[in-house]
Design a binder for this molecule. Structure first.
Ligand code: MRU
Length: 331
């Protein structure tokens, strides 16, 4: 996998030899972004299944469960992770009677299918969402919801890409996204690579840009969406949604159906990952805050559905009343 920690200055690929290494790559954000985490976890489980040296199905199942648990414990917020693990578990249940070799093959094909499906789903989302981007639009995005955050094409950036591929003139304003700078390091890199016009801003500049009428719409991805349409996404998303509402600017979320967690009724129930304080005090290894300062570093926030104009998925677009329209997407 491409080591996203060294972008944009170095394009380094790492090879994972076992599920432990995949789990560590998810944990330390070598790979990140909700759908990409799901794909990596499925691949890690398949890799683990290929490597297991056990003789009985009973032993295989026990080890397999352990690998699934390890993947689930890497990062708590992205729903796509547990979605992918559940799919792998489903294959285990459906094929356990077929012998170990056949089972290993089925698990490997499922992981590959999850990867392929993610690319198709992103393209479909792009197709469903591009109509919200008019020719000449200035779009604000946060974090990285692009090819890097998925198996390819991207969710929010996929929608932007689809509009651009259709020949629409557009400009993307990219929030740098502290503390990990996914906007500056990854989104700006992706957009530059494809020649899509992009302007990088620091996170605190978005309100000013909106007040000057520069931004026409906001599009972001999501890590988990509850049944009522509340959206967990990268820290800072909530502030953008409030600002967008205050300035009468539409706020769109692009996410695959695998990001929805219908077991959770409201956003307050979504577990929010808290990460190491050093991400805040030592960006790129350089100390920028006094020794011993107290730090809080939640990696995500929750945007209540009242601030969301629409959620673009591969199955269609959900709008208010979200509880009903989300239910419809799944029926
Ligand atoms: O901590 P990260 O970089 O994994 O967070 C990623 C985000 O918040 C993305 O916006 C989200 O996963 C949507 S990606 C298609």
């Amino acid at each position: 996998m491409l080591d996203q920690r060294s972008l944009p200055t170095e394009e380094t690929y790492i090879e994972c030899d076992g599920p432990e290494e995949v789990a560590e790559a998810i944990r330390n954000m070598t790979i990140r972004g909700a759908p990409a985490i799901g794909v990596a976890a499925a691949m890690g489980i398949a890799l683990g299944a290929m490597r297991l040296r056990v003789k009985t199905i009973g032993q295989f199942k026990e080890e397999f469960e352990g690998i699934c648990r390890m993947m689930l414990e890497t990062r708590p917020t992205a729903a796509n992770l547990s979605w992918a693990v559940q799919r792998m578990k489903g294959v285990m249940r459906g094929h356990e009677g077929e012998g170990l070799d056949a089972l290993r093959r089925s698990l490997k094909s499922e992981a590959m299918a999850i990867r392929e499906m993610d690319i198709d789903v992103n393209r479909q989302m792009g197709h469903n969402g591009k109509r919200y981007i008019r020719n000449g639009s200035a779009i604000l995005t946060h974090c990285n919801a692009g090819a890097l955050a998925t198996a390819g094409y991207g969710t929010a950036l996929g929608v932007i890409r689809a509009a651009y591929e259709e020949g629409k003139g557009l400009e993307v304003y990219v929030c740098e996204t502290r503390p990990q700078f996914q906007g500056a390091r990854l989104t700006a890199w992706e957009l530059n690579k494809e020649g899509i016009p992009a302007t990088l801003i620091t996170d605190g500049m978005s309100g000013y840009l909106m007040s000057r009428g520069v931004i026409h719409l906001v599009i972001v991805g999501a890590d988990r969406i509850s049944a009522n349409g509340d959206v967990a996404n990268k820290i800072g998303t909530y502030s953008l949604a409030i600002l967008a509402k205050a300035h009468g600017i539409p706020f769109y979320v692009a996410a695959p159906l695998s990001t929805f967690d219908l077991t959770i009724g409201r956003g307050e129930e979504i577990p929010i990952e808290e990460r190491d304080s050093r991400e805040v005090t030592h960006p790129f290894g350089k100390q920028i805050a006094p020794e011993g300062v107290r730090v809080w570093n939640p990696a995500f926030d929750v945007t209540p559905h009242e601030y969301v104009t629409a959620i673009i998925t591969e199955g269609g677009v959900a709008e208010e009343p979200f509880t009903t329209s989300i239910k419809d997407l799944f029926s």
